[in-house]
Design a protein around this ligand. Structure first.
Ligand SMILES: [Zn+2]
Length: 393
């Protein structure tokens, strides 16, 4: 074997051993050898290396199976941290996650109407401040960006809401911070996170996650893999026109889905309604949380108009799910984002509208739910970094 092949084999085996320990608790070196079909000496030498890298510790002695009690090995989830950013909301979310994707630190940064250069400075600032808060070495940086994102080159081709075009964010961050950087569309990452969180990772299941933030996007997982389409942009449903008589969208078209149902639009419509009905109470900034608060005000004109607005949102969302499910015959549908604040009533409304828009026999199979993850896109970022850097997942 030449040197390059040997080094490739070693990396492959190291990743296999690490993945085995990540997915199974209470393993000894002998167990790992059995599960991976690697030889005992190979496993021992890899485990030695992983212990030196602090990724694995010897935790305790296991039960004897006749001879000496084996040493149980444990994956050290807190040995490194991952810097993750979700740039898709009306407020940006930054987080430090451990190697199990558990959120250790979270920061939310408001981004009220700034230019593209200022927004880029804000990204650098957010990464820098998270790096300073890290309490362990940082494995890498993961970014969830809205819009058209080429996750291979790390270039954001277009993010309408942020005013970015052809922004080589991956390269800029790599140069600035000297760490591996991974970049993908926020809805794609949310879908990946949903898939892994549900314990699907070894199966062949499908799902669609529709993420509602400042914009709207979908992530589609087909047979356990993220479906990205011909140009990385599958699921870019936010700028599909659903009502040609609808309002002007930030992209320049009229009646895009995003111009009718996004958190940003909902917030501005609710502010208009509040002004119209003369309600002056201080309420949330986020459109969906705001909508829920409006419903709870006990101020009848505001409650009534908010209900009417949400009825329309539910129709558009229901039709969107129906079209996705009807095209792909995928039954597991997940709504991601602060839209969860609207609760079961709204979910039932969306479901009802989805059922109205497909054949009854298809509709009966649809399973629509809210995401139960606190920050899907951040978790998706961590997933990307873990897969790329350690071969886990
Ligand atoms: Zn648009």
């Amino acid at each position: 074997l030449n040197k390059a092949t040997r080094s490739q084999t070693k990396q492959h085996n190291t990743r296999l051993v690490l993945r085995t320990m990540y997915n199974n608790a209470n393993l000894s070196r002998a167990d790992i050898a059995r599960v991976t079909s690697l030889t005992r000496p190979t496993v021992s030498s890899i485990v030695e290396e992983l212990i030196n890298r602090n990724l694995v510790t010897e935790s305790r002695l296991g039960p004897s199976t006749g001879g000496k009690r084996p040493i149980i090995l444990e994956f050290s989830k807190n040995s490194q941290e991952i810097v993750c950013l979700d740039l898709s909301g009306t407020g940006w979310v930054g987080g430090l996650l451990n190697l199990r994707g558990e959120l250790l630190q979270k920061t939310v940064v408001p981004i009220p109407g700034r230019g593209p250069e200022m927004l880029l400075e804000e990204v650098l600032h957010l990464v820098r401040s998270l790096l300073m808060q890290a309490t362990a070495p940082v494995l890498g940086i993961g970014i969830a960006s809205p819009g058209l994102v080429d996750s291979v080159s790390g270039v954001i081709a277009q993010a309408v809401n942020l005013g970015w075009r052809d922004l080589p964010l991956k390269r800029l961050l790599q140069e600035r911070f000297g760490l591996p950087v991974y970049l993908a569309n926020d809805s794609h990452l949310a879908a990946l996170a949903e898939y892994h969180a549900d314990g699907h990772s070894s199966s062949e299941q499908n799902l669609i996650a529709v993420k509602l933030g400042a914009g709207v996007g979908a992530g589609i997982v087909i047979r356990g893999r993220l479906f990205t389409g011909d140009g990385h942009n599958a699921g870019e449903i936010g700028h599909v026109v659903v009502d040609s008589d609808g309002p002007l969208c930030m992209c320049g078209n009229y009646g895009c889905l995003e111009a009718l149902v996004s958190g940003r639009i909902l917030a501005s419509r609710l502010h208009e309604i509040q002004a119209k009905v003369g309600y002056t109470g201080q309420l949330a900034e986020d459109g969906f949380v705001l909508a829920q608060q409006c419903l709870q005000t006990n101020y009848p004109p505001l409650v009534e108009q908010t209900k009417q607005l949400l009825d329309k949102v539910a129709v558009y969302l229901g039709q969107t799910f129906a079209q996705l499910a009807g095209t792909l015959n995928i039954n597991e549908l997940i709504l991601v984002g602060t839209v969860r604040a609207l609760g079961e009533t709204f979910l039932q409304q969306v479901h009802k509208n989805a059922r109205r828009s497909v054949l009854p026999s298809l509709a009966d199979q649809l399973h629509l739910r809210y995401s139960s993850l606190p920050e899907s896109a951040l978790l998706g970022c961590a997933t990307l970094v873990l897969a790329g850097e350690l071969g886990i997942l």
